[in-house]
Each structure stands twice: as C-alpha cells, then as structure tokens.
Design a protein around this ligand. Structure first.
Ligand SMILES: CC(C)(COP(=O)(O)OP(=O)(O)OC[C@H]1O[C@@H](n2cnc3c(N)ncnc32)[C@H](O)[C@@H]1OP(=O)(O)O)[C@@H](O)C(=O)NCCC(=O)NCCS
Length: 210
C-alpha cells in the first residue's frame, strides 16, 4: 500500500488523464505486475486469459498515458453482477483510479441487466471496504477462512437495486466528485440480456478481446 493520504484526493491531477478501456492481451504483462504487487495469491496469466475469454465477463484496465495503472473484472449471473477482481498499482492508490474502474464496471453490469452486484473482500481490507461503501455495498455474510496467505475471512458485500434511478444518482454523485472527468473508451454498447428468451441467457462474450 502506498503512503498517499486521503487529502491526496483533493489535489488537482497532473499528468495524462486516466482512461478506462477494455482489457486487451497487450495489457496483460502490466496487469500481472500489478496483480503480483497487490495480491498474496496472484492470478496467473493463464487464469486471466481463461477468465476474460469466458462468456458474460467484462474486464477493464485503467491507463495513464501508455501505462496500465489498474484493472477490474466482473462476471454476470442472471440479474447479478459479481466483481471478480479490482486492483490499482500501489504507486497510484488513493488517486480515485479504483473509483473510476468501479464506476464503469458497475455501469456495464447495469447496462447488461444487473439488478444487484456482489463481491468478496478481506475482513481487514479497509481501503477496499471504504471504496465499496461509497458504492452502496453492505455486508450480507462472512465466508470463514476464504482467503489464504494469510488465512482470513471474506466479507460478502452486496449492492442491491443498482438498476434504479436512485442508484444511478449515487453513481452520478460519485462521478461528479472525481477530481477530473471520467474518460472511458472502446466500450461497445451492451444489449441487455432478454431473460425471457432461453437462447439469450448465456449471451455472447461481452468484450471478446483477449
Ligand atoms: C482497493 C483499491 C482497488 C482502491 O483503489 P484506489 O484507486 O486506491 O481507491 P480510490 O482512490 O478510488 O479511493 C477509494 C477509497 O479507498 C481508500 N483508499 C484507497 N487507497 C488508500 C490509501 N493508500 N490510503 C488511504 N486510503 C486509501 C480511500 O479511503 C477511499 O475512500 P474515500 O473516498 O472514503 O476516501 C486499491 O487500493 C488496491 O488496489 N488495493 C490492493 C488490491 C485490493 O485490495 N483489491 C480489492 C480486493 S477486494
């Protein structure tokens, strides 16, 4: 964890804008580097490839210029979105990059028809929990000993009714508080899944790019 403080959020940003875009194969070296530095049980290249190529997935990166500084992923299951991963380069943590990634990720889930979004977080991971709280995630349960190295419980968090105008307002408020505009590119429109059509429930790969 870097030694940035809460006050850093209010400092006018310098350097290139942060751009959120679909994760591509060329980003994976940098993604793996961030994964190694932020997780005690990092995903392998094979796992990222296998996961991101599966149907009903959205994987995003945050870039500053040409440099990948964060990434996030989500899978869809009927009307639920499940955040599978989110991480920001330790040098850039505390600079609202995680907020930008989660804004785009949750909006993609809503676009696809999600009504609720869930995730797991280490019980001791306060920065991540602060981020999720702002997005309306609340604890719904505990998975005992879910994490390894060190063994720790996971809190299971849910944000409900994400498809409602009230939640859209929450996201708009979070976006309005960013220190610079939210920039996203390369995100094709996602048609919502027709839940009444059994053929459409699987849907195509969301971002078939890896
Ligand atoms: C959790 C994580 C993705 C957040 O991304 P980020 O860009 O650092 O977060 P943001 O700048 O958008 O800030 C979100 C919240 O995190 C907190 N935070 C993030 N980094 C912090 C830091 N270095 N010091 C203090 N607080 C921090 C802030 O409290 C902020 O909440 P606030 O709005 O109430 O101030 C990032 O810290 C990270 O990669 N951590 C390691 C990997 C990880 O824990 N992933 C989550 C697994 S569930």
């Amino acid at each position: 964890m870097s030694n940035v403080t809460r006050a850093d959020h209010d400092v006018a940003p310098t350097g290139p804008p942060i751009v959120i875009s679909p994760m591509r194969r060329r980003h994976l070296r940098a993604v793996l580097g961030i994964e190694e530095r932020t997780s005690s049980t990092p995903w392998s290249l094979g796992l990222f490839l296998a996961e991101a190529r599966r149907e009903e997935r959205v994987y995003l990166v945050a870039r500053s210029g040409h440099r990948v500084v964060g990434f996030a992923g989500l899978l869809f299951a009927l009307t639920d979105g499940h955040v599978t991963t989110i991480a920001v380069d330790p040098e850039h943590q505390g600079g609202r990059i995680g907020t930008r990634l989660l804004l785009v990720l949750v909006r993609r889930a809503i676009e696809r028809g999600a009504e609720a979004v869930t995730l797991e977080v280490r019980a001791s991971n306060q920065p991540a929990q602060a981020l999720y709280r702002r997005f309306g995630f609340a604890p719904a349960g505990v998975r005992k000993g879910y994490y390894r190295d060190p063994v720790e419980d996971a809190l299971v968090l849910w944000a409900h009714d994400v498809h409602t105008p009230a939640y859209a307002e929450r996201l708009a408020f979070i976006e309005a508080e960013l220190p610079s505009p939210l920039v996203a590119e390369g995100l094709a429109p996602l048609p919502p899944v027709d839940r009444t059509d059994p053929v459409d429930t699987a849907g195509p790969p969301e971002e078939g790019y890896l």
